[in-house]
Design a protein around this ligand. Sequence first.
Ligand code: VG1
Ligand code: CO
Length: 555
Amino acid sequence: MNITSVTTQPIAGQRPGTSGLRKKVTVFQQPGYLENFVQAIFDSLDRFKGETLVLGGDGRFHNDAAIQTIVRMAAANGFGRVLVGQHGILSTPAASCMIRKHQAFGGIILSASHNPGGPEGDFGIKYNTGNGGPAPEKITEAIYANTQTITRYLTLEAAADVDLAVQGRTMLAGMAVEVIDSVADHADLLATLFDFDRIGALLRSGSFRMCFDAMHAVTGPYAHEIFIKRLGAPAASVMNGVPLPDFGGGHPDPNPTYAEDLIKTMFSDGSGAEGSGSESAPDFGAASDGDGDRNMIVGKHFIVTPSDSLAVLAANAQLVPGYASGLKGVARSMPTSAAVDRVAEKLGIKCFETPTGWKFFGNLLDAGEVTLCGEESAGTGSDHVREKDGVWAVLFWLNILAVRRESVEQILRGHWQRFGRNYYSRHDYEGVDSAAANGLIAHLRESLATLPGQTIAGATIATADDFAYTDPVDGSVSTAQGVRIGLRDGSRIVFRLSGTGTEGATLRVYLERFEPDAAKHAVETQAALAPLIALADQLAGIRERTGRERPTVIT
Ligand code: VG1
Ligand code: CO
């Protein structure tokens, strides 16, 4: 088995986005496409000879083939050991956990997260550093620069595929390949944070039912091991639990539009007799995404907004063993609602506002500045790993429910009463013409200087800027992270373009209004935000510029 250097040339468009490089599977299948990017990763790293690399993915189409390619390239480039999840499966948080636990040099995660899979779907690849977190911009930019100058990649000639189905250790050109349990390390870590006895008692009590929708994505095996095997929940508590290369044709994005099965279950009316097929809805529902880092929380007939979920976790953290001694601080991405800010204020802890993407939380977590982090896109996590963690969030909620013995809705209503309610919604316009979307943002940017002070449709604009972030730990600066329009009454509209899509552009419009008066907390969200929605269209010319009458997805 010889190491061979294959001549190649740069391929355009390999700049990582919000979370790694995402393209159509057919693009990744082009000769040299994956190889170039992987070599560009390795060439951006220093002193990894003999070190350990963690490798796995969300099980989507092309996962297996890509893993075999990367294993050969890792051996040819001089890694000492590769730890691969069995069947090539590793959720993003499990990979983060494994990198930390085994003191790996870094890890490669194959996933396009919430994007659809299958031969016609999307594929993706991201690199995580030794702290277990997504590579910061400094590294992703170095990788991108390497893709533009690459001339060769290293691989092994005539190497047989590694058997990913069987746990064990084999040698490949001097490098150890260890196929290991994908779930155990992560499940063991979670067991140290939560009160498994109390959660288990709740799940086995017969008076509480949960439903977890794995959306045929990576969390199926994790949910089985944790909720069913370790906590004793009935087997029916997990739905769509078998990972499929095309996610069963679905869109593994846990939101009310795409997690259709779960929403149907959680809103079933229970009018029929038991066993008649219209059983009453479960008490608690949750879903996760393609790579297992996001979570959606649903109560009986009640959807929890991710921004609210983060705030509830922060406000109740003292009920959970792993966080009982208090939170160091919290962080949220800029477009996430300020619900958690209100909790932080009451708790007297710091609250940071970062750009979109988990990579911006890494330094704050490493520096011990924050314990909990979250994004409005249904990602929540803590300093136990360096990624957002879907199953972790579900366990956190279960732990709170097991202690408080109230319904999800009661907990939310009580929370709003105490802290006020941040009405919040995100409107996504997917697959918009790129030129139109860029034009819309450019137009907003041009008007930033003149907007403050203007009154439009009855609303007075107080502030308008393009979010720039200076990392408080290493001083690095990230600009152009989203256009923010602040109104005099404290409401807010944010516009930004997605950095994870693969077709055209996705425009995201984030809307937020604070309502302190508990008597006004029962308004339907879209109705409560209607004036802001109209103002957003007027400011940005959404309909006119995109030709869209309404958003594709509302969360
Ligand atoms: C989206 C979300 C962002 C999240 C990112 C990766 O990015 O808005 O909050 O961190 O996806 O999540 P964008 O650029 O499309 O808005 V995941 O679950 O794909 O790892
Ligand atoms: Co994800």
